[in-house]
Design a protein around this ligand. Structure first.
Ligand SMILES: Nc1nc(=O)c2c([nH]1)NC[C@@H]1CN(c3ccc(C(=O)N[C@@H](CCC(=O)O)C(=O)O)cc3)C=[N+]21
Length: 294
């Protein structure tokens, strides 16, 4: 039987550490670290996530402000809000919930966030810092993936890691973090030929394709460690809906360890957002600049 990697429990312990860090920061800052969350439009899934982020922030003693803008908001108005948040000394972290409506250029918006307040780690400066291993803010989901892997792997050197998915949010940054640990990294995606054979060689599989049930049991090597980043709402036979990962969970008992969906990567994404916000607050004090947090 494969071991279950409990993302909920790990997220709790990461958040407890963050709460401790926040106590010290609050003293040095003279105020609690603050996160600004920007939501454009009213996508129901985004509303749930944003609500959860704001609630979790408060639990660890940070302030958070929500900026809800109508779906028809002009790009220029959104950019003006970002400018205000950039120059607001009570705001240490800025998160613009994705996806943005089609008429807004997401790249332009992400470029406008001050890199040291970019708690998502999506700004090109942070992407560059990650790819050169020179610190900066690291995207939350990839950070969570590494912490989950760290519960079962201590030495990554020479291990074969396969990442499925090449997004800027998960696939590419996860690949960078695994390379930093000296794993041999193969990045694959939906156009990759012979994907099952490539995955079968892997000691570590990070599935982030957003394709429910893509990774079958026979794709997975005995003893591999699997992190399932996929989270898709699917219709169930009983007429209700449920969340499904990218991995055929019931077929991978021969793996060494696997994360569940839900209860795996999702809670870690939020815990890492909180720790990134604490890190951004430390950056505002001139602390922690060149340290990679993983
Ligand atoms: N700027 C930006 N940053 C993000 O980090 C970001 C974003 N935009 N847009 C959407 C995605 C998605 N995302 C999730 C966060 C938590 C769970 C999560 O907590 N999931 C739980 C429960 C899920 C449920 O019950 O609906 C779980 O997997 O156990 C999932 C997904 C952050 N995202």
């Amino acid at each position: 039987m494969s071991a279950l990697i409990d993302g909920k429990a790990l997220a709790r312990s990461v958040s407890e550490q963050t709460a401790e860090t926040v106590r010290g920061l609050t003293e040095r800052l003279g105020q609690a670290p603050g996160l600004a969350v920007v939501l454009v439009g009213n996508d129901p899934a985004s509303e749930v996530y944003v609500g959860r982020k704001v609630r979790e922030c408060r639990k660890v003693g940070m302030r958070s402000t929500e900026h809800r803008l109508p779906a028809a908001t002009d790009e220029a108005d959104l950019l003006a809000l970002i400018e205000d948040l950039n120059s607001d000394p009570t705001v240490h972290g800025i998160l613009v919930q994705l996806p943005l409506p089609d008429h807004i250029d997401a790249g332009l918006v992400l470029d406008a966030i001050t890199p040291d307040k970019d708690v998502d780690g999506f700004h090109p400066v942070n992407v560059g810092r990650l790819s050169t291993g020179t610190g900066g803010l690291v995207p939350c989901t990839p950070l969570g993936v590494m912490m989950l892997l760290d519960t079962v792997i201590s030495d990554y050197r020479g291990l074969d890691a396969v990442v499925i998915g090449k997004s800027n949010i998960v696939g590419k940054p996860v690949a960078m973090l695994l390379l930093e640990r000296e794993a041999t990294v193969t990045v694959t995606h939906i156009e990759t030929r012979g994907l099952s054979e490539i995955v079968r060689k892997a000691d570590i599989v990070v599935a982030a394709a957003g394709a429910p049930g893509l990774v079958k049991g026979f794709w997975v090597k005995e003893g591999a460690v699997i992190i399932d980043v996929g989270i898709t709402r699917v219709a169930l036979p009983d007429g209700t809906t449920g969340l499904m990962g990218d991995v055929a969970f019931d077929e991978v008992q021969h793996a060494r360890a696997v994360t569940p969906v839900p209860g795996g990567v999702g809670p870690m994404t939020i815990a890492c957002l909180l720790s990134n916000t604490a890190k951004a607050a430390a950056l505002s004090l001139g602390e922690a600049r060149h340290r990679l947090s993983v």
